[in-house]
Design a protein around this ligand. Structure first.
Ligand code: SF4
Length: 704
């Protein structure tokens, strides 16, 4: 065992906990195949704490089920069979090239992931637009925080998940946490809320379930799924009625208040009680707690965001912050708790259908000219905006006939998943790069085995906007290549030998130039600085060689918002029902979410024994009243059925959920795949599907 430890970060969620890795040699052949996780207490975000997912992450590196050689589907047998890298890459270049020749560049799609490093996300966007010439690229982060990103940009002129560092949370006066089960999704972050309460602050949790996070709250509001917008409007109504607005702040730092105020005043508390199921006294208590505190924050996550009105829902919470002067000030503000590891960076560097690196807009001529110059191509050669993630997946086999997919498993994670699975099967050609044979990879014509987090270097941007360096800690197994090597090789086969480096730092240097002057400006950030400073917050513009180094920007908006006039925008929003409301045939509300031992589609964590033992499969959480009505007891098989499909799991009976609602986690495929049931109705602005609410029928199922 080497003594040397390497500082790096967890491969999973957006907290990007710091850890040290120590490589251990395999006694059989002396290669470094296993690593030991060592605490990295000096990294400020998690101070050494890790959840079970992070602690066991090395298990996937040495897993027997990881892919260690390319697979190509045999015409003769129809099965995936071992192939050389040359055969596999040539088959992909031929498959994508054939589609492009026969149907045009936009018939080729690219689908990325929120777990890809900044360098990979950047290169994938460039590969799509330069090497393939297609507009059809988006990524699974669209399913994560896109509504918050849209609302953030609309109100503040800039989207960074948290406009302040996590360390500010314990020092504020009151936090309203909306639709986040932090205790299960990112357990080390729970300490920020614990410390908030130890410091005398108060915590309000909004969630239809009494989660482990809600149990920490001073006040738990449990609205009907899909009514968070009305809840926020009701609180704002009370703020106005009780004279608790910060008029000076509204006057000096915002615009649009009269319209937003009028919209809120149409949502009087009794009406909001009827819509949400949250009593007027609780609404008043929430306002008292929030406004009595000298400072306050509203933090949202997937609950309010994954709705077909997610942008307006987040906008309503932002309006509450603005009206009470809790934005653009120290220890106050609105923030989004981004979920995926690089959900933040993944959306900043060109993986999104409508954006170029630096968080530039694809339809902005100046942005196109800047990025085209960095890429060495004419601006007019860059395609325009493409389809959003669900719309892209829905178009497969029709307008989009071939797909290259990296770092995503939509067969499990997309809404209306059975339909998306069918669309994937209907493709002329599908290539997937992954570390294991995920449910999506199993459908591919070619599967490429790629390196994992600890086997490669690259940067990630966590939920605070802190750019971090993940360092290579061990040698990858023979037979796997990095995503950057894959894109380099494919670009070469498609006639673009230059412009797709395989070295991550070289890519980052180009990314710095491409982002320079954009909203997400990384031009002052270098690998060396990240290592020395434990991360650098963007925006961080570069400076002249002899000028002072920009320190990065941990706190945004303190002097002005990022709008042209520096003022934050109130946006008037009104309540509207979910896209699908309960009726006689489907009388129950379904909401979905996560459990602590699994991550996203579970492609990696379902292959870790300790995690699978802790969370072996899906379940249906339901209230005792519903259980009694159905005649089911704890553990009995239950089916949840919507207009789109069916999912089953054992009953988990609890008083901690509303009697009109059932909950299922989404990490599993097969009969327990809850995304077979979910509704792909899209938010008109963010194109976020409505994962968090749909109408279902719940019934006792036959024992499996
Ligand atoms: Fe990894 Fe997130 Fe767990 Fe931290 S909280 S160890 S980043 S999965």
């Amino acid at each position: 065992m080497r003594d040397e430890t390497i500082d790096t970060h967890c491969p999973y969620c957006a907290l990007q906990c710091g850890m040290k890795l120590r490589a251990a040699a395999d006694p059989a052949d002396g290669t470094e195949r296993t690593v030991e996780v060592v605490e990295r207490t000096e990294f400020p975000v998690n101070r050494g704490a890790l959840c079970g997912k992070g602690r066991t992450a090395p298990a996937v590196l040495s897993s027997r089920v990881r892919l260690t050689g390319p697979l190509v589907r045999s015409h003769a047998t129809g099965r995936l069979e071992e192939a050389t890298w040359e055969e596999a890459l040539r088959t992909i270049a031929d498959g994508l090239g054939r589609t492009r020749a026969e149907h045009g560049a936009d018939a080729v799609g690219v689908f990325g992931g929120g777990g890809l490093t900044n360098e990979k996300a950047y290169t994938l966007g460039k590969f799509a637009r330069v090497a393939l010439g297609t507009s059809q690229i988006d990524y699974n982060g669209r399913f994560c925080m896109s509504s918050a990103a849209a609302a953030h940009t609309r109100a503040f002129g800039l989207d960074r998940g948290l406009p302040f560092p996590l360390e500010d949370i314990p020092r504020t006066g009151c936090v309203i946490l909306v639709g986040s089960n932090l205790a299960e999704t990112m357990p080390p972050a729970l300490r920020y809320l614990t410390e908030l309460k130890e410091n005398g602050g108060t915590l309000i949790v909004v969630d239809p379930r009494r989660t482990r996070t809600a149990e920490q709250a001073d006040l738990h509001l449990a609205p009907r799924p899909g009514t968070d917008l009305a809840l926020a409007l009701g609180l704002l109504h009370i703020v106005v009625a009780e004279g608790r607005t910060d008029d000076a702040f509204v006057e000096d730092r915002t615009t649009g208040w009269p319209e937003a105020r009028a919209a809120a005043m149409a949502h009087w508390p009794e009406l909001v009680e009827r819509i949400t199921g949250v009593g007027v006294p609780q609404l008043r208590e929430a306002v008292r707690m929030f406004c009595d505190a000298p400072t306050g924050m509203v933090l949202t996550a997937r609950g309010p965001e994954q709705q077909s009105k997610g942008t307006d829902t987040v906008g309503a919470w932002i309006n509450l912050c603005l009206a009470t002067g809790r934005a653009g000030r120290p220890l106050s503000g609105y923030g989004c708790l981004t979920g995926q590891g690089n959900g933040q960076g993944g959306r900043e560097h060109g993986q999104k259908a409508d954006q170029l690196p630096g968080y530039r807009k694809l339809d902005d001529p100046a942005a196109r000219a800047h990025v085209a110059e960095v890429w060495g191509v004419p601006p007019e050669s860059l395609p325009g905006p493409g389809r959003s993630a669900y719309e892209l997946l829905d178009a497969l086999g029709r307008d989009v006939r071939s797909l290259l997919l990296m770092g995503s498993n939509p067969v499990v994670s997309a809404p209306r998943a059975a339909h998306i699975e069918e669309r994937l099967r209907s493709l002329d050609f599908l290539a997937v790069a992954d570390v294991v044979l995920s449910e999506t990879a199993a459908l591919a014509d070619v599967v490429l085995p790629v390196t994992q987090w600890a086997e490669e270097t690259g940067t990630m941007t966590n939920l605070e906007g802190r750019v971090l360096l993940r360092r290579r800690a061990l040698t990858p197994p023979e037979g796997v290549r990095s995503d950057l090597e894959v894109l380099h090789a494919l670009a070469g086969l498609l006639g673009h030998e230059k412009g797709f480096p395989t070295d991550a730092e070289e890519v980052f240097e180009e990314l710095r130039r491409a982002s320079a002057g954009g909203p997400a400006d990384y031009s002052g950030i270098t690998y060396r600085r990240i290592a020395e400073e434990d991360g650098v917050f963007w925006p961080c513009p570069g400076t002249a060689d002899d000028g002072p180094v920009h320190p990065g920007t941990p706190r945004l908006f303190l002097d002005r918002f990022a709008t042209p006039d520096g003022l934050a925008r109130f946006v008037p929003v009104t309540h509207r029902p979910a896209a699908e409301e309960p009726d006689a045939e489907y009388p129950v509300l379904l909401t979905t979410g996560r459990v602590v031992a699994q991550y996203q589609s579970g492609a990696q964590t379902r292959r870790v024994g300790e995690l699978t033992a802790a969370a072996p499969g899906p379940f249906v959480e339901l209230h005792p009243q519903m259980a009694e009505r159905l005649g089911v007891a704890e553990g009995d098989p239950v089916a949840v059925v919507s207009r789109r499909g069916r999912a089953e799991g054992p009953a988990r009976v609890t008083n901690g959920i509303r009697p009109d609602t059932v909950f299922m986690p989404f990490h599993w495929p097969g009969a327990g795949r809850v995304n077979s049931v979910t509704n792909p109705a899209l938010d008109p602005t963010s194109r976020m599907p409505e994962f968090k609410v749909c109408a279902v029928r719940v019934e006792a199922a036959a024992p499996g």
